[in-house]
Ligand binder design. Sequence first.
Ligand code: ADP
Ligand code: MG
Length: 261
Amino acid sequence: MTLLSVAHLSKSFDGVKAVDDVSFDLEAGQLLALIGPNGAGKSTCFNMINGQLGPSSGSIRFDGHEIAGMRPRDIWRLGVGRTFQIAATFNSMTVLENVQMALLSHERRIFSLFGRVASWREEEALALLELVGMTEHARRSCAVLAYGDVKRVELAIALANHPKLLLMDEPTAGMAPQERNGLMALTARLAKERNIGVLFTEHSMDVVFSHADWLIVLARGRLIARGDAEAIRSDPRVREVYLGTGASFAPRAVLSAGESA
Ligand code: ADP
Ligand code: MG
């Protein structure tokens, strides 16, 4: 089922087209990578889908609703989640408290974690932490977590809202290669298990080619290619826009055989 359908989406800043007539679809349960060099318009696309930016023109249909131009909070309520919504209070609470807070926020309750309410939704919060492999860290302060573990907590927080679509703009920025693969493998597993559509950006081509079901490529605001890893890897236009950026598109076997990428 088509979960997200973006059609002829454009955004101009002072007459410059940051996103120019972009159209694509995303199915539930699938991981779609949006890739392209710096300045290609990836974040601008994300910010139109999550409501932080209003499009100049075009349509964004999500789960039966036209969401282009809607407020971020309303889009979030329809089931569009994103990582990187760390609250200012994140570091002052434990891992478990942060996930409880996200669950309560999903219920739109006004609450305080002081006093008796501290046990609200604890079981459900612990279940989410188990999903992302953070059970043993539940009672630790978020301030002392390793970077990769913070990312797992962010994922648990995003899942607390039961998203149908998860937007992840550079979720693995700053992580070591092995951690990147771990986080995206976890995301891919959860997407399949919970039938969540995931739209993500990622700089490491290894990670993109390993975990994305489909890829779309932006260059200077335009969508220049779409396909699976194999199609994108061998697409001459894609190679051209990445030329000189140091990105590697060739399969490892070819590289080690002595060919230049
Ligand atoms: P990416 O995420 O692919 O690196 P962005 O979407 O951040 O690219 O940016 C695309 C283009 O739009 C860039 O040229 C950038 O300078 C421009 N841009 C992005 N946001 C704004 C803004 N708020 N005001 C003006 N120009 C912007
Ligand atoms: Mg960006």
